[in-house]
Design a protein around this ligand. Structure first.
Ligand code: NAD
Length: 308
């Protein structure tokens, strides 16, 4: 049972994402009625990775529920890089497709950077293209040339703003420096006028650095690495990690469960607010993909994207 004091600290990403999808759906309906425009999202999956298959199915289902047309391209695991690049080019040229997502990881014969950078930057709804990374790094967040921001850090920022209002002057620590989460998260927080520290696998005395943070974003992929006593009392904690660990029970000796990068039961005693795993950042990631797809469809048709 969650006590009322604990419940008040939980940042409910699932509920926030559901409301966001509702707003996206309403805008998509209006776009269809007023402009005859249906946003189109192409999702490309190469190979049979089971986790990727689950993500792709879930993305497609949620897109359709918002009125976004989702088109899956499933390619064999032995697809060549040239064939994948040819598909990306065909999608770049297709006016009915506004967003292109190539699900990572790709099989070893394909260079992911080459494929991502072949996507037209305005259709790069994951925000991984170097042009979008560059736009974000230079603070280009508005106008027709605005960066498309990677979905997971965008979702994290939405939850932080919702909980804290403006973030100006806060000390933020981003744990992890990947191109998908850590780096773009740090860029967004710099733009919000936080004082940002980026920690990683070579950081010395990680616990002390975490203890100085008003905002702690953990994106490492190490189960429960961040302990309760690493957290500054009252801090806001965003746990991006998704780790499956063994959790045997008498009924299910091979049972597993999902945990984050933060030891949740310890952290909730100290933090001011925290995202749970599951039900925190995960649902926000897909909702932000849909938001990016809607924004891309508007921009490609000379329309102002909605404020979501
Ligand atoms: P990654 O492996 O690309 O990067 C991990 C980062 O953590 C690296 O920068 C590394 O330096 C750092 N790191 C590793 N071990 C460390 C340690 N012991 N101490 C300090 N830093 C350490 O991972 P990623 O793609 O950024 O993903 C991170 C986690 O977030 C994973 O669990 C992943 O599953 C999860 N994730 C969740 C979502 C979501 O939608 N919720 C989206 C993307 C990633």
């Amino acid at each position: 049972m969650t006590s009322p004091a604990h419940a008040a600290k939980i940042i409910d990403g699932k509920a926030f994402a559901e409301a966001l999808r509702g707003r996206i759906g309403a805008h998509v309906t209006r776009l269809g009625r007023q402009h005859g425009l249906v946003p189109g999202l192409a999702v490309v999956l190469v190979g049979e990775d089971p986790a990727s298959q689950v993500y792709v199915r879930s993305k497609g289902r949620q897109a359709e529920a918002c009125g976004i047309r989702s088109i899956d391209h499933r390619l064999a695991a032995d697809t060549t890089e040239a064939d994948l690049l040819a598909l990306v080019e065909q999608l770049n040229q297709d006016p009915a497709i506004h967003g292109i997502l190539v699900q990572l990881p790709l099989p070893p014969q394909i260079d992911p950077a080459r494929v991502i950078n072949a996507i037209a930057p305005d259709k790069d709804v994951d925000g991984f293209h170097v042009i979008n990374a560059g736009r974000l790094a230079t603070g280009q967040r508005t106008g027709p040339e605005a960066a498309t921001v990677p979905c997971t850090p965008l979702g994290a920022l939405m939850l932080l703003r919702d909980r804290l209002g403006d973030l100006i002057g806060r000390d933020a620590l981003v744990l992890g420096r990947s191109n998908i989460v850590g780096r773009p998260m740090a860029q967004l927080l710099i733009q919000e006028s936080c004082t940002v520290t980026v920690a990683h696998s070579k950081t010395q005395d990680l616990a002390a650095k975490c203890r100085a943070a008003d905002i702690l974003v953990a994106a490492v992929g190490r189960p429960e690495l961040v302990r309760g006593d690493w957290i500054k009392p009252g801090a806001t904690v965003i746990d991006v990690g998704i780790n499956r660990i063994s959790a045997p029970t008498p009924e299910k000796p091979d049972g597993t469960r999902l945990v984050g990068d933060v030891a949740f039961a310890e952290a909730i005693e100290i933090a001011g607010a925290i995202t749970p795993v599951p039900g925190g950042i995960g649902p926000m990631t897909i909702a932000c993909l849909l938001a990016n797809s809607l924004t891309a469809a508007c921009r490609q048709n000379g329309l102002a994207p909605p404020q979501l």
